[in-house]
Design a protein around this ligand. Structure first.
Ligand SMILES: Cc1cc2nc3c(=O)[nH]c(=O)nc-3n(C[C@H](O)[C@H](O)[C@H](O)COP(=O)(O)OP(=O)(O)OC[C@H]3O[C@@H](n4cnc5c(N)ncnc54)[C@H](O)[C@@H]3O)c2cc1C
Ligand SMILES: *[C@@H]1O[C@H](CO)[C@@H](O)[C@H](O)[C@H]1NC(C)=O
Ligand SMILES: *[C@@H]1O[C@H](CO)[C@@H](O)[C@H](O)[C@H]1NC(C)=O
Ligand SMILES: *[C@@H]1O[C@H](CO)[C@@H](O)[C@H](O)[C@H]1NC(C)=O
Ligand SMILES: *[C@@H]1O[C@H](CO)[C@@H](O)[C@H](O)[C@H]1NC(C)=O
Ligand SMILES: *[C@@H]1O[C@H](CO)[C@@H](O)[C@H](O)[C@H]1NC(C)=O
Ligand SMILES: *[C@@H]1O[C@H](CO)[C@@H](O)[C@H](O)[C@H]1NC(C)=O
Ligand SMILES: *[C@@H]1O[C@H](CO)[C@@H](O)[C@H](O)[C@H]1NC(C)=O
Ligand SMILES: *[C@@H]1O[C@H](CO)[C@@H](O)[C@H](O)[C@H]1NC(C)=O
Ligand SMILES: *[C@@H]1O[C@H](CO)[C@@H](O)[C@H](O)[C@H]1NC(C)=O
Ligand SMILES: *[C@@H]1O[C@H](CO)[C@@H](O)[C@H](O)[C@H]1NC(C)=O
Length: 528
């Protein structure tokens, strides 16, 4: 069914060319509801509809952006086919509404369902475009963007327990967003990012055209694989290269508690181990804020693409301080490990997209290129232990991550990076009045970390989106097409994309010169 996507792409355009707009906005705006209905798009919800709030809330993953003071869309449209999606985009343009595309709704800054400056908009939610088709002959899969990681992994696991895909561990994250920004997961040291394993894609552009790899051109196909969601058009579906994993792999989770110095020593040593282990190993660190009787805690998450004995012998040798015991290790299939690390009780739960506790939260990210000193790790653990509910997560890089050229796709954080840091803080509804206090703590911790992390620019991962780095400030998309916008966006764009930023801005001018697809940190078009 999904192999027919590319073939039918052009036929639909002829049918709906009546909707193709000139960019002039002299015409009075039409009514989105009548446009959708007359084009056969039936599943949408307007603010007055009883289903509206539930549909809008359904995949708002960061509750900060579900509050009443955040502006709401003029409609939530739920396409159930590629053609519906094309028509939804054209109707939104016809009605002079900005477009926000949502797959899993996990944007850290809510960019898939909010706009800046109260610009009127529609949410095009891809939840019903979630089909996955695995081809066991070529070991590839076509997956619609609205599928969650859990739905993709489940389909792969059902087809062959030795096939896998490198992407994140939270099962409700959307394919549309995570692949657009890169997609790091537990097997990325072996197989690199999700975006590194994209073979083809169908992109719906601002004129409603469906373009495949060949018809979108090399620069645009480069840009959509890691250049961040929301800038290029809507990726309807991706063709992914699946990877081979052993039938049984080894996993473990270890908690450690001790004095600040004890935990700092483990973190310090880990920097010389995690990034240097064989590619089959993933060993990450998670450290929450807080203390208990003066002690602090941390946990290690481990996954090894191999048997227990292999995991044991390598880690015993390289990291004796970890005190790993054979009884800490379990062997299971890759798909079982996916369910375990997603916090699910069974593999079948992977196909349920409405799971997981939602939070009010704020995140930030960093890259570390040289090991932090022992005194540095002590200072960091002390700072962290005094914080409100929050954490840091350190993910080891190197391996396959470092063997890919920084310009191969837009995601540039390759050789020379030891690990990434993800900072988070979260709070409960009752504490909403003090949200700024929690966010303020995270910002001060981030400032405190500056000497220890990458510089000039201080790098960040676009999937760990952070509007503190800067934002576009257009009142409407039209003023986002000037060179000034590009110069402004470069200030944070270089943090995410380093030297790849300008190429992204030029690709944007090719695919969306009038900046129809925009958000607070989208790439503006560089015209020349
Ligand atoms: C709990 C949690 C766990 C996470 N774990 C990981 C992890 O392990 N590894 C990792 O790399 N990242 C991880 N992330 C970050 C995640 O990759 C990003 O938040 C990603 O953008 C989420 O994708 P989404 O489809 O769920 O989000 P959405 O909010 O739906 O979309 C994110 C952005 O992409 C755009 N977009 C969505 N769909 C499309 C599409 N089809 N075409 C074009 N643009 C689109 C949106 O407009 C928005 O700008 C995690 C995030 C959370 C909240
Ligand atoms: C839009 O059209 C629908 C029917 O096509 C109508 O019921 C509704 O009142 C119109 N809304 C506006 C704002 O014009
Ligand atoms: C629209 O899609 C949602 C999500 O799948 C579904 O719950 C709802 O019943 C659909 N509504 C219509 C009118 O088809
Ligand atoms: C949507 O979420 C907001 C914030 O959590 C809440 O106030 C509102 O009641 C929710 N609406 C529905 C219908 O769930
Ligand atoms: C699953 O994939 C592996 C590795 O490609 C292959 O050897 C095996 O035959 C496949 N199993 C089935 C049932 O197709
Ligand atoms: C603190 O951790 C150490 C181990 O490093 C342990 O021996 C001690 O009992 C802990 N103290 C408390 C109060 O939990
Ligand atoms: C896989 O691991 C399980 C659990 O340890 C074990 O029972 C089984 O024999 C292993 N299978 C293979 C093929 O090693
Ligand atoms: C909405 O309200 C929350 C808590 O009351 C506040 O922290 C936040 O800044 C407000 N957001 C906007 C966009 O006004
Ligand atoms: C867009 O226009 C607004 C209002 O005129 C202005 O403040 C802003 O700087 C402009 N943004 C860019 C990116 O040029
Ligand atoms: C959008 O911005 C441009 C440039 O600032 C301005 O000329 C135009 O009138 C604005 N359009 C709307 C609908 O506000
Ligand atoms: C934008 O910058 C390019 C060079 O970077 C230049 O050729 C072009 O004339 C500029 N356009 C405008 C409108 O200033």
């Amino acid at each position: 069914m999904m192999h027919a996507i590319a073939a039918t792409a052009n036929a639909t355009l002829v049918l709906f060319s009546c909707l193709l707009l000139t960019t002039s906005s002299a015409q009075p705006a039409s009514n989105i509801s009548s446009c959708l209905l007359s084009n056969g798009v039936r599943n949408f919800s307007l603010p007055e509809s009883p289903s509206y709030a539930t549909l809008l809330n359904s995949s708002i993953q960061n509750l900060r952006f579900a509050l009443p003071n955040v502006s709401k869309p003029a409609a939530v449209v739920i396409p159930s086919s590629k053609v519906d999606l094309q028509r939804a985009i054209l109707c939104a343009r016809d009605s002079s509404l900005a477009i926000r595309v949502r797959s899993g709704g996990h944007s850290y800054e809510g960019l898939s369902y909010t706009t800046e400056n109260h610009v009127s908009f529609v949410v095009v939610d891809l939840m019903n475009l979630n089909r996955v088709q695995v081809d066991m002959v070529s070991n590839t899969a076509w997956v619609e963007s609205g599928a969650t990681l859990g739905e993709l992994y489940h389909a792969i696991g059902q087809s062959n327990m030795s096939l896998a895909f490198p992407a994140g561990s939270c099962s409700t994250v959307g394919i549309g967003g995570i692949v657009s920004g890169g997609g790091f997961g537990l097997i990325s040291r072996k197989f690199a990012l999700a975006a590194d394993n994209v073979l083809d894609a169908i992109l719906i552009d601002s004129n409603g055209n469906a373009l495949d790899r060949g018809s979108m051109g090399g620069d645009v196909f480069w840009a959509i694989r890691g250049g961040g969601g929301g800038s290029w058009g809507v990726v309807y579906a991706w063709k992914l290269r699946l990877v081979h994993v052993p039938h049984n792999i080894t996993v473990f989770s270890l908690g450690r508690t001790g004095t600040v110095k004890h935990i700092a020593k483990l973190m310090h040593k880990w920097q010389f181990v995690g990034p240097y282990l064989p590619d089959e190993f993933y060993l990450s660190i998670y450290i929450p804020t807080g203390t208990s009787n003066g002690n602090v805690s941390m946990s290690f998450t481990g996954q090894v693409l191999g048997p227990k004995q292999y995991a044991m012998s390598v880690l015993h040798h390289t990291f004796p301080e970890l005190g790993l015991a054979e009884s800490d290790l379990s062997e299971m299939s890759w798909i079982e490990s996916i369910a375990k690390f997603a916090g699910l009780s069974s593999v079948d739960d992977l196909s349920h997209r409405w799971l997981g506790a939602k939070q009010y939260s704020k995140s930030k990210s960093d890259y570390v290129r040289s090991p932090i000193s022992m005194q540095g790790t002590i200072n960091i653990i002390k700072y962290l232990s005094n914080g409100p509910q929050g954490s840091i997560q350190l993910d080891p890089y190197d391996g396959a991550m470092a063997r890919i050229e920084s310009s191969k796709i837009p995601f540039p954080h390759r050789a020379g990076n030891l690990y990434s840091i993800q900072y988070g803080v979260s709070w409960h509804a009752l504490d909403n009045g003090q949200a700024e206090k929690y966010i303020g703590w995270l910002r001060s911790f981030y400032a405190y970390m500056a000497p220890y992390v990458s510089k000039n620019p201080r790098a960040a991962y676009v999937n760990y989106l952070d509007l503190d780095l800067g934002t576009n400030n257009w009142m409407n998309a039209t003023n986002g097409t000037s060179n000034g916008s590009v110069i402004h966006a470069r200030s944070w764009g270089r943090s995410y994309f380093l030297k790849n930023f300008d190429r992204l801005a030029r690709a944007k001018a090719k695919i969306d010169p009038t900046n129809v697809f925009n958000n607070a940190q989208s790439i503006p078009p560089l015209q020349y």
